[in-house]
Design a protein around this ligand. Structure first.
Ligand code: F2R
Ligand code: MG
Ligand code: MG
Length: 349
């Protein structure tokens, strides 16, 4: 797929949807043997599949709200998006939302709510959430805006509706940037791709709030840059076990313990992995590897799937897997509409 081609836009949204739908099976399971992952994925093949459809979870429910808001308003509109998140939660509350974020939706639904960002600021005793719920829905921002500065600004504002801790919203910015640079074909440069991400994150993590939030949580200064350097170091090693990835990068619900992990999964699976079936495409390898890490599997796989889909494009998404997912047609169609929006902005329209 050529840089910023339509195939990459569809690939990013379908890859994200697939990651969520196939990853939900193992969310919260700490040890997931690889043969269980492969058996689960085998079940998606045409010949093994029954009539069942894999339901998407909160990750996709919120991603769909971001896409629909961007497409209907043509610009980022924080009030419209807040209303969509809250309405979607009211319509389908059992998609597996985080325990804290539902309080934000309830406050957003109240007619007394005058400032849509206030409920997020009140989370966790005023510290704000550092969960990965901002990051899991960040990909559409990268598909709507061609300029790096816009991707940073709007992914941060998109996350701030629910995640007021800098560890939460900076994770969302990092995920949006990871998709943004992958769309342009930068993923295959490995080390240089990571340097691009580190360069952007360094200026964000230098901000006063980022420094104080990190210290309050006993994290080192520049926590995302530190993790990205660790990703770089691990990629240089010839072989890295699942246990090492989990120990060094994490597989948890915090954005810091899952966004760099998802980026690692996409980069690590650029080449054939001996433990995975040799006929697997890059997208399939990335999803299988993400699931084998255990922990927050739907969210790590949705983020890694968006990055891999933006890199490889639809050519590497197996049609049989795609057809198993609830909402797969919307994902393809919306990929096309976001591509048009992105192109019109790139041409100054
Ligand atoms: N919630 C889940 N999975 C658990 C149960 C799902 C299961 N399938 C079921 O239905 O039973 N998954 C989804 O939640 C994650 C995204 O969460 P989000 O949107 O960030 O939510 P929240 O509540 O803001 O944060 C998540 C948890 O992180 C801890 N936390 C965050 N900030 C904190 C802070 N400042 N201090 C202390 N703890 C903090 C809390 O435990 C939050 O509940 C995704 O995995 C998605 O798939
Ligand atoms: Mg989920
Ligand atoms: Mg999850």
């Amino acid at each position: 797929a050529g840089p910023s081609s339509l195939s990459r836009f569809r690939g990013a949204l379908v890859g994200a949807l697939l990651g969520d739908c196939v990853g939900a099976e193992f969310e919260g399971t700490e040890e997931v043997p690889l043969d269980r992952v492969l058996q689960h994925l085998d079940g998606l093949e045409e010949e093994n599949r029954g009539d069942g459809i894999l339901q998407y979870s909160d990750d996709t429910a919120m991603t769909r709200c971001v896409v629909q808001s961007l497409l209907s308003r043509s610009e980022f509109d924080v009030s419209d998006l807040g209303r969509r998140f809250a309405e979607e939660y009211r319509r389908a509350p059992l998609r597996g939302y985080g325990a804290g974020v539902v309080q934000v939706f309830k406050k957003l639904l109240s007619p007394r709510c005058a400032d849509v960002l206030q409920p997020a600021r009140e989370q966790f005793g005023g510290r704000g959430s550092f969960g990965n719920g901002g990051a899991m829905r960040a990909a559409p921002i990268a598909l709507a805006y061609p300029q790096t500065q816009d991707v940073i600004e709007f992914s941060r504002r998109c996350a701030l509706l629910t995640h007021a801790s800098s560890l939460g919203y900076n994770g969302a910015v990092l995920q949006a940037l990871a998709v943004h640079f992958a769309l342009r074909g930068a993923l295959c440069s490995g080390g240089q791709y990571l340097e691009l991400l580190i360069g952007e994150m360094e200026s964000l993590e230098r901000e006063e709030k980022a420094l104080s939030d990190a210290r309050e949580l006993n994290e080192a200064d520049f926590p995302y840059c530190t993790r990205l350097r660790k990703v770089k170091e691990m990629l240089e090693r010839s072989d890295v076990s699942v246990e090492e990835v989990v120990m060094e990068l994490g597989n948890g619900i915090a954005a810091l313990h899952s966004v760099p992990t998802a980026i690692f999964c996409a980069l690590h699976c650029l080449s054939v992995r001996p433990s995975l079936p040799p006929h697997y495409s890059g997208v399939q390898r990335t999803l299988a590897f993400s699931l084998a890490l255990g922990g927050d599997t739907d969210t790590i796989a949705t983020m890694a799937g968006a990055i891999a889909g933006a890199h490889y494009g639809m050519e590497q998404v197996p049609a049989s897997w795609q057809r198993c997912c609830e909402g797969e047609q919307d994902a393809e169609e919306w990929g096309e509409r976001l591509h048009k929006l992105y192109q019109s902005r790139a041409l100054g329209g």
